[in-house]
Ligand binder design. Structure first.
Ligand code: FE2
Length: 435
């Protein structure tokens, strides 16, 4: 069925001094359906970290928007991304979130596939009631045409025409990933434990916006701020939300900058707070090692607080990778994968994990605030008589860089405008518009 044509000017209004987004962009089923085709099937989508797929036969399941896929390392060491759908009658051939296998066998009639997706067995193929001689046997599971690996981060696309991954991530996105990896002296991270999976009652784009929203912290997370004000930062050097008093925390939020990419990514980064004191602390050796390798100034950014929304639905913040999946216009699944650093003291990684749990874990003080706001936004947008949202904060105080990126102040909505410009371009172009 052909998709309805939508006019993106009904959803995004931009003028030199104004930027407005229509509330229906978050609530409309027609928008949601078109996003699946024009965004999730056209651009790069993050599907795995290499540390989840160490040996041949290691696999995990993932999604490109609504499309379920299996990500698997084959016997030759290559990573394949395959539709999780039997070629016979469409049944999902993989039921586990992640694991290790030699083959994928459909639970319905046991058609089997190897680790490259090739069909290797049809039970009773040549029975009297089986398939005739001229039977057009399918090759196997549908294999996604584009797979790329940026420093261990695996992306896939249903489109054969995507730009090279280095071009997609060029600028602040690649720099943020690099900096996160450089927190490890050997440049490697390892996912830790089982991911934490939750669902919220709001649109998926709220999460894309929020993970790099420098404006909301002191407001949405008021309870966390006052707890920390009262009891102090209990996670020492590991806290991404550092600082004792409310005034300190407010001041910290005003440091650093944000970057918006022509490919829709948003980056929000701050240099480390209390940097000099780190060289007096229990991990002085670690910080000295990083400094001798990267220099003083860059190390301050490497160990500072950095967050990214890699367009459209992958994020990095603190020591976690985050993926959010659209289920319906008002329903989204979020999966949080905490990670630890290779080649640092065990106690350092334990500190990172405790700090992570304190804010983002199932019993954390912070993440619940955001999802509550997402649900309240979805509720508020039902009041659609006055339907335009204001997204022009900091528009008068930003700089266009040679890279084509736009740099803004820490609490500016520069990152959100970058997201929506890219959203608008993709929604307007059935063949995946390039910026
Ligand atoms: Fe938040």
């Amino acid at each position: 069925m052909p998709h309805a044509v939508l006019d993106s000017s009904e959803f995004v209004l931009e003028a030199p001094d104004a930027f407005r987004v229509n509330g229906r962009a978050y609530t409309s089923q027609a928008v949601f359906d078109l996003e699946q085709k024009r965004i999730f099937e056209k651009t790069w989508i993050y599907v795995a970290h290499e540390s989840e797929l160490q040996a041949p036969g290691d696999f995990k399941t993932a999604h490109l928007g609504s499309q379920p896929v299996i990500v698997v390392r084959d016997a030759a060491g290559a990573i394949n991304v395959l539709s999780n759908r039997c070629a016979h009658r469409g049944v999902a051939v993989c039921r586990e979130r992640a694991g290790h296998t030699r083959a994928f066998v459909c639970p319905y009639h046991s058609w089997s596939y190897d680790l490259t997706g090739k069909l290797t067995g049809i039970p009773g193929r040549d029975d009297a009631g089986g398939y005739a001689e001229g039977f057009q046997q399918p090759e196997g599971l549908f294999k996604l045409p584009s797979v790329a690996n940026y420093r261990g981060f695996v992306f896939a696309s249903a489109s054969p025409d995507v730009v090279p991954i280095d071009v997609f991530l060029a600028g602040g996105a690649a720099q943020l990933i690099d900096r996160k990896l450089q927190q490890s002296p050997v440049g490697r991270i390892r996912l830790q434990g089982e991911p934490f999976i939750g669902v919220y009652q709001g649109n998926w784009k709220f999460q894309s916006e929020n993970i790099v929203d420098g404006y909301h912290f002191m407001h949405t997370h008021r309870a966390f701020v006052s707890l920390q004000n009262k009891y102090g930062d209990t996670t020492g050097d590991f806290g991404v939300h550092k600082g004792g008093s409310t005034a300190d925390m407010r001041r910290n939020r005003l440091s650093g900058n944000v970057l918006g990419s022509p490919y829709g990514h948003g980056i929000n980064q701050k240099p480390a707070v209390g940097f000099d004191a780190l060289f007096e602390g229990p991990y002085a050796d670690y910080y000295a090692r990083l400094t001798s390798r990267h220099g003083l100034e860059e190390t301050q950014w490497i160990v500072g607080a950095g967050a990214a929304c890699i367009f459209p639905n992958f994020g990095m913040i603190h020591n976690q990778l985050r993926v959010w999946r659209p289920l319906a216009p008002g329903l989204t699944e979020v999966t949080v994968f905490p990670y630890v650093l290779e080649d640092v003291p065990d106690s350092f990684n334990q500190g990172l994990m405790r700090s992570h749990e304190r804010f983002y874990g199932p019993a954390g003080y912070g993440a619940a605030d955001d999802v509550e706001v997402f649900a309240m936004a979805q509720q508020g947008l039902r009041a659609s008589l006055d339907d335009w949202l204001i997204m022009e904060r900091g528009m008068h105080a930003e700089t266009r860089l040679d890279s084509g990126e736009i740099e803004g102040k820490p609490s500016s909505e520069t990152v959100h405008r970058a997201f929506w410009r890219r959203w608008r371009d993709l929604m307007d172009h059935p063949d995946g518009g390039q910026p």
